[in-house]
Write a protein that binds this ligand. Structure first.
Ligand SMILES: [Zn+2]
Length: 140
């Protein structure tokens, strides 16, 4: 992590602005999530990562913290196959390539059409299935 102090300050500010008290555990987990670049993690993935960084935190705490971050608008939930929930650090509207063999997600361009996206399937991969979910809310 380069320039750790500046990153830590930015992350503490981010939590406060979202209305979350910057507890040690929230800061530690936010540090993993928001230090650099876009991330797509499940609670299990982040829990394993926390342990690699010698953080002592339970899976339940990781799960609760991710849900709190999502409720505060810091993360977007992405449900895959109904049971697996990923938490996405990119909260703007976008779709994903999902790599079934290793469970990774890659962002597509915002508002990119499916027909365009399928032209960009990475070398060595092919489309297994396309799920499009158009979410609707009452028009008021
Ligand atoms: Zn994403």
């Amino acid at each position: 992590m380069k320039d750790g102090k500046e990153t830590a300050r930015r992350i503490e500010r981010k939590l406060k602005e979202a209305g979350l008290r910057p507890t040690r555990q929230r800061l530690d987990l936010a540090g993993l999530l928001f230090a650099d670049g876009e991330r797509h993690v499940t609670a299990e993935m982040l829990h394993a990562e926390a342990h690699r960084h010698k953080m002592s935190v339970s899976l339940a705490t990781v799960y609760n913290t991710l849900n709190q971050f999502a409720a505060a608008g810091l993360l977007r939930e992405v449900a895959i196959e109904g049971t697996k929930t990923y938490f996405d650090t990119t909260i703007s509207d976008h779709q994903h390539f999902y790599f079934e063999h290793d469970g990774t997600l890659i962002d597509l361009e915002p508002d990119e059409e499916v027909a365009v996206a399928v032209q960009k399937v990475p070398e060595g991969m092919k489309v297994a299935r396309i799920d499009v979910l158009i979410r609707l809310v009452p028009d008021e």
